[in-house]
Design a protein. Sequence first.
Length: 286
Amino acid sequence: MLNVANGIARLGHRSSICAWWGTDPRGALIEQAAADAGTEVEPGAAGASYTSVAQATLDDEGRATYTFDLTWDIPEVVDLDGVAHVHTGSIGATLEPGGAKVVDLVTRLREHATISYDPNARPAIMGSAAEVLERVEALVALSDVVKASDEDLEWLYPGVPVADALRRWVDLGPAVAVCTRGPLGAYAVLRNSRDHLVVPQNSVQLADTVGAGDSFMAGLISGLTDAGLLGGAAQRARLYEAGWAQLSTALHRAVVTSSVTVSHAGAYGPTLAEVRAVIAADPALA
């Protein structure tokens, strides 16, 4: 979630992270990365006995696989005033004891904040799809915007076409569900429309895919926020009434933000100026 929080901050929005790390050198690196991006840190985040580690291994095409050494909880969040949108996902929403607390926090925040969710499947930690599907779908039902990769959907719903899996999700409650498909761009469905939208990826020189999904999510949240479709109860109402004309700009921003990230090594978070420069250079992305 740090990549998403930092990505949102780099795109010009106020962002904070509620997470769990230690007071060790790795924890210090996390805090420095948040500070460099302009991301605020919720009190109590540095309460873990040690900082969790995710190790990325790249194949010959720059695609990443991960191994983990984890401890996970979240600090108690008392002051919810001023929270307009909350994003969660991946192991933070499924690994206990923190996972249940995430669900409780999202449920409490939903009354006055919009919600986004990315399952971001990590089978090595989450276990089998059958073990986590109930939690995943409970969080989908609490969300206004959900996003997953095609690999996530294949793991959760083997053999089910992407369009059918996304339609299943919006039938649970969200206004919009999006699937990222790497070089094929993104596929999106709306709760209030039987049509779908395919957003093509722009061509870039690939460095690696680390942080690509998080960057897409940051770009999508940023774009929907700037469109007045995330950030509170009134924005939620507009989101559920919106059509593709209102959402297409945000989806293009998400795709471009992700493309800038994969053109750099590591989980690079582009600025809004960088994203706008890419869009301006290619009218098809506007």
